[in-house]
Design a protein around this ligand. Structure first.
Ligand code: FES
Length: 154
């Protein structure tokens, strides 16, 4: 079920597209902004609004890795594991982050603070290794910097 507010924001997004199906990612982002993720119920309502089947919309949601189909923590850490970041030591950083947060990749910390996910190239290879927390890009990372950076996200 979509709220009136969500429906209003989605319809504003869809006006930018000649075919409302083309705005499906933006529509899912609206829901995600409100709830942190896209539930099955929201997906069904969105599919109906967009004139798509649930399977079609699910296909887009699972292809686009910034749409979350499960609840996530208050902050989502996306740790790049593509080639430049790998050369610059992302494996060691991943080990550090997972041990510091006490979670494996794909998991959410028990306090609901962080979800840790892998991501393909974030387009900032010249600052590898790189991660994003929410909408913030952090580059040239070291384990010490990661410790300082995560403290900024309560
Ligand atoms: S490979 Fe990590 S930002 Fe490009």
């Amino acid at each position: 079920m979509l709220t009136d507010q969500e429906r209003e924001e989605i319809e504003a997004e869809l006006r930018r597209y000649p075919d409302k199906r083309a705005g499906c990612v933006e529509a899912m982002k609206v829901v995600q902004r409100h709830h942190g993720w896209v539930s099955d119920d929201s997906l069904k309502s969105l599919a109906l609004l967009l004139g798509m089947t649930c399977e079609e919309l699910e296909g887009v949601a699972t292809f686009y890795n910034l749409i979350f189909r499960k609840p996530v923590g208050r902050h989502v850490i996306l740790l790049c594991d593509s080639i430049s970041c790998w050369i610059k030591g992302c494996d060691a950083l991943r080990g550090h982050v997972t041990s510091r947060l006490g979670i494996a990749m794909g998991q959410t910390s028990a306090d609901g603070r962080f979800t840790l996910l892998p991501i393909v190239c974030l387009g900032a290879c010249d600052h590898a290794p790189v991660m994003m927390i929410d909408d913030d890009l952090h580059g040239d990372l070291t384990t010490e910097q990661i410790d300082h950076i995560v403290e900024r996200y309560p």
